[in-house]
Write a protein that binds this ligand. Structure first.
Ligand code: UDP
Length: 322
């Protein structure tokens, strides 16, 4: 297929673009490089540097794309609380403009990078796609708003659409991995401690109602996630908007992740407990049963040590290049 990957210079977008190329697809990456990196765009993809809102219509026009994979977004929960405009404009308005370009050009397929943050604080674990969607921050709300728009475009205009709601993405795939200028995620931060770039990792609360008192999250390997995008493209059906949760189905606590990082890296990784982080639910674990049943998705890299080991290999490669 001939595919447009928005945000293909970012973490999940670049891994998915690499996998699409490995499977013989033709890939154009559209990225404004505001948070992505030009050297993360896999060899073989065409990079168009520009923002989605203004550039996507021109890229799609007359070019006969078979589909769009839409990753480009702002994705920092804390920032979304302080500067919601970046999320309502940068995520929602931009995606509406992309949807319009898709409609006008008759592009048949869309796979959208959605998030577990659309659910908010869960009542039942594991979280299924039928759980109530009550996001607790503008980031999750902006992604949910886009999901609603996609549903109506699919129904009215025959678009074949799939939203994939990611839980905690981690790991790496060869030259593609997680490389944020502002790093807030647990595994890359812990690996920075192992590299000696930070003195310690801060554990946000040890008094949560969990076995060891720290928050539990469902870490899904980025390559398993990328595989789900390829399956979503194959299974997308005209006029339907399908929604799938993607996690590994098992949770690991913050302390278990820190322990895994110690085992994998062989570094001590000092940890200090601090106050809870605002907006954190105690436990977020996905039910991916629907993706398994309907897409035939099989997450294969579910061991936390493997996820951390792949992230560690990538982190060391980046350090060696710098
Ligand atoms: N976390 C932590 N210290 C950090 C960063 C994260 O204890 O420096 C915790 C955070 O409170 C959450 C888990 O690690 O329980 C995963 O957080 P992350 O930001 O990686 O992903 P999120 O679950 O927010 O999407």
């Amino acid at each position: 297929m001939k595919l447009l990957v928005t945000g293909g210079a970012g973490y999940v977008g670049s891994v998915t673009a690499a996998l699409l190329l490995e499977r013989g697809h033709e890939v154009t990456v559209l990225d404004d490089l505001s948070t992505g990196h030009a050297d993360a765009v896999p060899v073989g993809a065409t990079l168009v540097e520009g923002d989605v809102a203004t550039t996507a219509p021109a890229v799609l026009m007359g070019a006969d794309f078979d589909g769009v994979l839409h990753f480009a977004a702002r994705s920092l929960v804390g920032e979304s609380v302080v500067e919601p405009e970046k999320y309502w404009y940068g995520n929602v308005v931009t995606s509406l403009q992309l949807l319009e370009a898709i409609r006008v050009t008759g592009t048949p397929r869309l796979v959208f990078s959605s998030t577990a943050a659309t659910y908010g604080e869960p009542e039942v674990i594991p979280i299924t796609e039928d759980a109530p969607t009550r996001p607790t921050n503008p980031y999750g709300a902006s992604k949910l708003a886009i999901d609603h728009a996609i549903t109506s475009y699919a129904a009215a205009h025959g678009l074949a659409a799939v939203s994939l709601r990611y839980f905690n993405v981690a790991g790496a795939h060869g030259a593609q991995g997680e490389r944020h200028t502002t790093e807030t995620h647990l595994i890359p931060l812990v690996l920075q401690v192992a590299q000696g770039r930070r003195e310690h990792v801060t554990v946000f609360g040890d008094d949560w109602p969990t076995a060891d008192g720290t928050c539990v999250r469902d870490y899904v390997h980025v390559l398993d996630l990328a595989e789900a995008h390829l399956l979503a493209l194959e299974h997308a059906s005209s006029g339907a908007h399908q929604v799938y949760n993607l996690g590994s189905g098992s949770g690991f606590s913050v302390l278990e992740v820190v322990e895994a990082c110690r085992r994998v890296t062989g570094h001590p990784v000092p940890a200090r407990t601090a106050a809870r982080r605002a907006g954190d639910p105690a436990v977020l674990v996905a039910s991916s049963d629907r993706a398994v049943a309907e897409l035939g998705w099989k997450p294969e890299r579910t061991a936390i040590d493997q996820i951390v080991a792949d992230a560690w290999t990538f982190t060391q490669q980046v350090a060696a290049r710098a």
